[in-house]
Design a protein around this ligand. Sequence first.
Ligand SMILES: Cc1cc2nc3c(=O)[nH]c(=O)nc-3n(C[C@H](O)[C@H](O)[C@H](O)COP(=O)(O)OP(=O)(O)OC[C@H]3O[C@@H](n4cnc5c(N)ncnc54)[C@H](O)[C@@H]3O)c2cc1C
Length: 439
Amino acid sequence: MTLIDLTPRAALTDRLATLPVVIIGAGPIGLAAAANLVERGIEFTVLEAGDAVASSVRRWGHTRLFSPWRHLIDPASRRLLAAADWHPPLDEGRAPTGHELVDEYLTPLAGLAAITPHIAFGTRVVAVSREGMDRTRTAGRAEAPFLLRIETAGGRRDDITARAVIDASGTYTSPNPLTSSGLDPLGVADLDGLIVQALPDVRGADRARFAGRHTTVVGAGHSAANTLIALTELAEAVPGTRVSWLIRNAAAARVSSSADDELADRARLGSRVDQLVAAGSIERIDSFEISDVRRRDGRAQLIGRRRGEPAAHDTDLVVNATGFRPDLEMLREVRLGVDEIVEAPVRLAPLIDPNLHSCGTVAPHGFDELRHPEPGLFVVGMKSYGRAPTFLLATGYEQVRSVVAWLDGDMSAATRVQLTLPATGVCSVDPVGTGACCS
Ligand SMILES: Cc1cc2nc3c(=O)[nH]c(=O)nc-3n(C[C@H](O)[C@H](O)[C@H](O)COP(=O)(O)OP(=O)(O)OC[C@H]3O[C@@H](n4cnc5c(N)ncnc54)[C@H](O)[C@@H]3O)c2cc1C
C-alpha cells in the first residue's frame, strides 16, 4: 500500500484551511468526534441520514446495552456537557437501554450550542471523492478538497467540500446475509415479510408479530441472545409461541457466559440463554449451514447442510441476527486500505480479526492504525471494525480523540493513545496456545 504524505493542520493549503471537517453520522462516535473538534476550535459539519440524532441506536433503543454508563460517555463530550450544567446519570455502574443512551446523553450533547448548528439531519452521504480527482489521479491529491455528494430527504442531490472526512456511519444498516457463503440466499425475495432484521422489539412494538408463532433466530452473538430471551418471555405468556436458535458452528462462542467477563450484563445474557436451552425453552440447532431459503405454505424454510448432511428447517418467522458489515460503496472513489478478511483498515485488522480474537479487548490504536492511503480520510467507530463484531464505544472515543489531535497537527497527543477496556473473558480462539488470545 502506498501512503501519500498526510496533511496535518500546519500543512493545510489556504483553500483547505477554509473548509470544515465533515463527519458522516451523528451516532455516539460521530458526536464524540464533533466534541473533540469543538475543544480544538476546528470547524466541522455533521451529516446525518436520519431525522434525529443516533438514528441507528434508536432502532434498537429498547435493548439494554451491556456496558455500564461509565464506559459509554466520551471524555471530551463529558467536559463540554459539564460546562453546560449537564449531570451524568446518578449510577454510572448501571447499563442503560439504547433509548436512555440517546435521551440522557446523546440528545443533550447534540443540543449543545457549540454542536447543534453544525448538524444537518435528513442528509445522507451517497458518495465521497476529491474535487476534480477520481481515485486514479495522484498529483496534488492531498491538496484537493474532498467532495461529498449528499441526498436530502426530498431526494435532492448536492455536492459539498471538506478539508477532511471522518466516516462514523456505523454498520447497523447493512446486515450480513443469512447464508454461510455470505451471499444473499437464492429465493430470499420469496420470504418478504418473513425475515426480520436483528433486534426486533419483541416485548413492545413488535409483540403481536411474534405472539403465538414459531420464530427462529439465526446468529451467535449478543443480539441473538437478547432476542432469544425476549421471545422465551413471550412464549411463557402466549401459548403457541415457539423459539428456535440456529447457529452455524457447534457452539455459540461469541455469546459470553464467562464469570471473567467484567461486563457482567453481557455475561448474564450468555448464561441466561444457556439455562433456557438446558430447560428446553429454546430449541438449539447447531452446525447448520444455510444455503437457500424457500416459502412453503406461507412459512419460511431454511435449507442447507447439517454435519455434512442435507437439512431443512421450517419456521413462521426468521430473525436475522448474523451481524453487520460495512457499506463501502460510498467510498468507492477514494483510496481505501482495507484488509481482505475483516474489511477494516489494514493496520487495525490484525488486532481485531475474529479468527484470532473473539474478545472486545484491543490494543490501543489511533490515527496511525486508522489511516487509509487517502490522506485526510478516516473511517472510525463501528464501521472501522469492518466485519469484526467486537467494537466497544470506549475504543471509538479514543480513536476520534487521536484522529482529531492529528487533524490539529498535535502529533504528541495523536500518538499518545491510551485505552483501558474491561476484560471480557470471552477469548474462544487461542491460535498460539497461550491460553488467552487477548489480555
Ligand atoms: C444491540 C447493541 C448493543 C450494543 N451494546 C454495546 C455496549 O453495551 N457497549 C458498547 O461499547 N458497544 C455496544 N454496541 C456496539 C456499538 O458501540 C454501537 O453499535 C454504537 O452505536 C456504534 O456507534 P457508531 O457511532 O460507530 O455507529 P452508529 O451508532 O451506527 O451511528 C451511525 C450513524 O450514521 C448515520 N448514517 C449511516 N449512514 C449514513 C450516511 N450514508 N450518511 C449520513 N449518515 C449516515 C446513521 O443514521 C447513524 O445515526 C452495541 C451495539 C448493538 C447493536
